[in-house]
Design a protein around this ligand. Structure first.
Ligand code: PEP
Ligand code: MG
Length: 355
């Protein structure tokens, strides 16, 4: 219930944001490379197939996170294999050759399952959510995997699993995927035999064991939204502790750094698909930490691309090293603000207006 002053202020900010976004649109289709020529891949996060055109208009090179659970959230019944297949195929076709990373259902916690639960969980964010829920509901999970694999025959697709916290979960999931492929073979249904499988790194146990996980998958996607909440023990949706929720906490940054290091050693690709990928203040730091792929809200792609084009990697690495010496998020944020102001004052002003 914002008061009239707040409403006026936010309406003005909204107007200014729209004007800025329109101005950045012209730059959206330029190459996403740093001044020294390093390519940073910018992909879009989507929840529905009809968001694909927005990703492309904003200069996205594909979709790095398709949150398929929204199919459940908008339906009053469990989506059938056919319904899912049609959605996934439509997404691939709209992408017209650009890559798609599809995430299996991230249900549970605040999404869907609690509404239907006969016995709601006391602590659902630490409960039966995401891959855990899927592994306890195998027929449902296999239906999704079948729909995904069938759609993979229509374009460039990867699949990733959310909230993995143990190696056994991942191995069990890969076994299920193998079963599904065998069934499709028996039925002579085509699918992409080279399809890459990856996992979200969004739980501290996965980040700490990245070295082990790196032998099991071909890519990591760091989900900072959850990684922050589980590392700092701060509910990402609780306004009372919102001041404690930040990606600038040195503990979070150390985890990101160690995941990137482990991934590099095994030549596993690593991207970031949490909200910090869309925040201008983090762009230099993430590049400096070695991230070369970001997946973010499509409308933020132009502004992040603008920053990428204004920096060089060596400078970003210096920033990351400096940040590594800080012990508080306040110091981290101050340093990141200063650096952004220096390389792209316009984005800095835009960012200050947005926050
Ligand atoms: C994340 O946790 O960072 C993420 C991208 O997944 P979601 O926001 O859907 O939980
Ligand atoms: Mg998540």
């Amino acid at each position: 219930r914002p008061g009239p002053d707040d409403v006026t202020r936010y309406r003005e900010l909204q107007k200014a944001q729209l004007v800025r976004r329109a101005a950045y649109r012209d730059e959206a289709l330029l190459d996403s490379v740093t001044r020294d020529g390093t390519r940073i891949q910018l992909l879009g996060n989507i929840e529905f197939p009809d968001e694909v055109p927005t990703v492309i208009e904003n200069g996205g090179a594909g979709v790095g996170l398709y949150r398929t659970e929204f199919l459940w959230l908008t339906n009053d019944h469990s989506p059938t294999e056919e319904e899912q297949f049609e959605c996934y195929r439509q997404t691939i076709e709209l992408l017209d050759g650009k890559p798609l990373t599809i995430r299996t259902f991230d249900l549970g916690a605040d999404k869907y399952t609690q509404q239907r639960a006969e016995e709601p969980e006391r602590n659902p964010f630490l409960g039966c959510r995401s891959i855990r829920y899927c592994l306890q509901n195998i027929p449902m999970f296999k239906t999704q995997l079948r729909a995904i694999m069938r759609a993979s025959a229509f374009g460039t697709m990867k699949v990733m699993f959310p909230l993995v916290s143990t190696v056994m979960e991942l191995r069990q999931t890969k076994m299920l995927l193998k079963d599904v492929c065998e069934e499709l073979d028996e039925e002579s249904i085509p699918y992409d035999r080279e399809l890459e499988t990856g996992m979200m790194v969004e739980v501290p146990s996965a980040a700490l064991m990245a070295k082990v996980f790196a032998s099991e998958v071909s890519f990591f996607s760091i989900g900072t939204n959850d990684l922050i909440q589980y590392t700092l023990a701060v509910d990402r949706g609780n306004e009372r502790v919102a001041n404690l929720y930040t990606g600038a906490h040195p503990a979070v940054l150390q985890l990101i750094k160690s995941v990137v290091r482990a991934a590099r050693r095994k030549s596993v690709n690593v991207s970031i698909c949490g909200e910090i990928a869309a925040e201008p203040i983090y762009t230099m730091l993430l590049i400096g930490l070695g991230i070369r792929t970001l997946s973010l809200a499509p409308t933020q792609i132009p502004i992040i691309k603008r920053i990428i084009r204004a920096v060089d990697v060596e400078h970003c690495e210096r920033v990351a090293r400096k940040i590594g010496t800080f012990d508080s998020e306040r110091q981290v944020l101050n340093c990141l603000r200063d650096e952004l102001r220096k390389v792209d004052p316009e984005s800095f002003t835009a960012m200050s207006g947005d926050s």
